[in-house]
Ligand binder design. Sequence first.
Ligand SMILES: NC(=O)c1ccc[n+]([C@@H]2O[C@H](COP(=O)([O-])OP(=O)(O)OC[C@H]3O[C@@H](n4cnc5c(N)ncnc54)[C@H](OP(=O)(O)O)[C@@H]3O)[C@@H](O)[C@H]2O)c1
Length: 217
Amino acid sequence: MRPHVFVNVAASLDGKISDENRRQLKISCEEDLEVVDRLRAESDAIMVGIGTVIADDPRLTVKSAILREKRVKEGREPNPLRVVVDSRCRVPLNSRILNDEARTLIAVSKLAPEDRIKDVQKLAEVVVFGEDRVDLSALLDHLYEKGVRRLMVEGGGTLISSLISEDLVDKMRIYYGPLFIGGKNSPTICDGNSFIRRCRIEKIERVGEGFAVTVRF
Ligand SMILES: NC(=O)c1ccc[n+]([C@@H]2O[C@H](COP(=O)([O-])OP(=O)(O)OC[C@H]3O[C@@H](n4cnc5c(N)ncnc54)[C@H](OP(=O)(O)O)[C@@H]3O)[C@@H](O)[C@H]2O)c1
């Protein structure tokens, strides 16, 4: 058994999620950020790849105090569990994702050096799944066993690509902002190896200055 897996990402009209310097860009508008915060608050866990942690240093917490309070009233922690897919345990020890605002789980593979794991274990739980890359299917089973029923994935393109190509995504929402980014080396919604996976468009809606497409797999 695995959780319901929901991917949310913001892209330019040419499908890029950052520029070729992998800088964090403002793609989302205020209205989209509000939707993302609500989706986070409805989730049991939020997952990203280590590429996103290194590029963006995200907190991955619920920004709205009202939504955090609502979670607490429902008997949940104020913020969802944060999950990082990080084969070699490269997560910098001063990353915001390791701060004490929420619990964090770092999923590594057997490639991760023992001494790195020991350092990170002082700040987060570390689990080992897979030989050279994190075995995503095994990780999702583990999250389900821990009580995670709704998992939100927030990128980046390499992790999203693995999840879709391994048939591990149920639903995906892409917010398209009114900009082009360009550059053949700029990260896209789906990087990694080439694959084809058809989906069903469930909803297209205007959101602030852009629009969002929701698809089902
Ligand atoms: N616009 C948006 O909504 C948005 C959201 C998030 C990120 N971003 C952007 O996306 C870029 C980062 O994306 P990214 O593709 O470089 O990184 P990513 O998808 O966040 O992380 C990918 C890394 O995760 C690790 N990994 C371990 N097991 C894996 C598996 N089974 N499948 C896939 N990855 C696995 C690999 O590194 P190891 O082998 O070292 O473990 C891999 O390189 C940044 O520029 C960031 O700004 C944009």
